[in-house]
Design a protein around this ligand. Structure first.
Ligand code: NDP
Length: 278
């Protein structure tokens, strides 16, 4: 293996220590994060537990609000209204996906933009694309921070993002554009994906399918950011990139686990502290 490992776990740990010190130094009330989870999705349960425990670790007040899978939409909206009005709550996060009978757009729209620590509210999304101050979504923000902490400057580079979701692909493409990369977004209808990914100096893969990118699809010397979190046939956590072959070709690569995932949580804490301070 020749690639340098972009150690998101280590970078996130040092960011968490900085946030912990900042929270400890606050004279009065500590920042508050409320995390709402609907239903029993096992992956969501793990993510929510990590988020709540991380917030508690840095000294924030963190509460988990668990609602049953068959909760009615209005009950969830009422919960959000109460949290919007609660001055001890600075950040509100609704863990996605929501059950099919709930309109996720309606739920995200109900969160006060100033408390929307996921950065999914339409006014935060609009401000991101307009280049105005906003809450930047955690995973894209974490990817950019990891790239910066690793001494990689996207300016003038060719970046390819595989995946065009609202939570990862589109916002990370905008952030790479802001960092002066020349950006291409690929997706499920992109013909000959390999010919597109082979152009990338920085390749971000956010698809949700094991080994959708293999070493032969990576430009020699590229920086590879693997956002995927999948379970392989043995039930082991794996990314979207075939790490073994890609790490032979890339100059730097994120592992899964230990890459983008921990950075996402660190940025959630940062967004909560920023919401408290604003
Ligand atoms: P979505 O399912 O919302 O989006 C997936 C995207 O991948 C779509 O744009 C889709 O294209 C595209 N796609 C699907 N198949 C292919 C293919 N064969 N070739 C090229 N593109 C394809 O996923 P998310 O963006 O929400 O998540 C992506 C992955 O990242 C998942 O594994 C998720 O678990 C993980 N994730 C990890 C986080 C972390 O903190 N580490 C945070 C968030 C997500 P189209 O639009 O045409 O359908």
């Amino acid at each position: 293996m020749s690639a340098k490992i972009l150690d998101g776990k280590a970078v996130a740990a040092s960011i968490k220590e900085e946030i912990k010190a900042a929270v400890e130094a606050l004279p009065g009330r500590k920042p508050g994060l409320a995390v709402i989870i609907v239903g029993e999705n096992p992956a969501s349960q793990v993510y929510v537990r990590n988020k709540v425990q991380s917030a508690l670790y840095v000294g924030m007040n963190s509460r988990k609000i668990e609602l049953p899978a068959d909760v009615c939409e209005q009950r969830l909206l009422d919960e959000i209204a109460a949290l919007n009005a609660d001055p001890s709550v600075d950040g509100i996060l609704v863990q996605l996906p929501l059950p099919a009978h709930i309109d996720a757009d309606k739920v995200l729209d109900a969160i006060l933009p100033s408390k929307d620590v996921d950065g999914f509210h339409p006014s935060n999304v609009a401000n991101l694309w307009l280049g105005r101050p906003c809450t930047v979504p955690c995973t894209p923000k974490g990817i950019m921070r990891l790239i910066a902490e690793s001494g990689i400057n996207p300016a003038g580079k060719k970046a390819v993002v595989v995946g065009r979701s609202n939570i990862v692909g589109k916002p990370v493409a905008k952030l790479l554009l802001d960092a002066n990369a020349t950006v291409t977004i690929a997706h499920s209808r992109t013909p000959d994906l390999a010919s597109v990914t082979r152009e990338a100096d920085i390749l971000v893969v956010a698809v949700g399918k094991e080994a959708v990118v293999t070493g032969d699809m990576v430009k020699p010397g590229a920086v590879v950011i693997d956002v995927g979190m999948n379970r392989n046939a043995e039930g082991k956590l794996c990314g979207d990139v075939d790490f073994a072959s890609a790490s032979e070709v890339a100059s730097a690569i994120t592992p899964v686990p230990g890459g983008v995932g921990p950075m996402t949580i660190a940025m959630l804490l940062q967004n909560t502290l920023e919401a408290y301070n604003s």
